[in-house]
Design a protein around this ligand. Sequence first.
Ligand SMILES: Cc1cc2nc3c(=O)[nH]c(=O)nc-3n(C[C@H](O)[C@H](O)[C@H](O)COP(=O)(O)O)c2cc1C
Length: 177
Amino acid sequence: MSTHHLAADFKAGMRRLGAGVTIVTTFDGQSRAGLTATAVCSLSAEPPQLLVCVNRQAYPNKVIARAKRFCVNVLASGQKSLALRFAGATGHKGEDRFAKGRWNVLATGAPALDGALTSFDCELARAVRSGTHTIFIGRVVAVATRKGGKALLYADGGFAGVAPGPATKPAVKKTKK
Ligand SMILES: Cc1cc2nc3c(=O)[nH]c(=O)nc-3n(C[C@H](O)[C@H](O)[C@H](O)COP(=O)(O)O)c2cc1C
């Protein structure tokens, strides 16, 4: 299989992997930058760390690299229009993207979105270049979590709101001693 075909198959396969939608923001002391991202993953709880994969062509990439801080805002189902705005679908760039939504700061000064399900405020611990992307590893220094709310998910090229279902505790088998 050619590399071209493999890349296309990879992209088509990854579209099937549903994911929570976030807006990753940063502030370099001059201006704010942000992008919609689903390539976000928990890394460790002790210390609390997460990672975000950002295309090196994306404007926020270089701002995160120099600001050395970022905030991951986990979107609620009513925030789809912000997800589109921060994905570039409305033609807004850089600071202009922040004209919609209400923005605060937590500890680092990176923008935290009012009404997000959770905001993880991070100091940049490490940046690892790989292929077209940079993996930004963030050490979480503050968390703001809202009560309730449906998650915004992205799968198969579309958005959906998902409410928590009934109890999700895995069944534990009792073993005889
Ligand atoms: C649902 C969704 C998820 C996305 N996830 C990522 C991601 O994880 N990493 C990334 O670099 N770009 C991702 N993008 C694309 C970026 O949001 C887009 O390229 C970004 O807005 C570019 O910023 P710029 O126009 O300021 O350069 C995603 C787009 C959408 C619609």
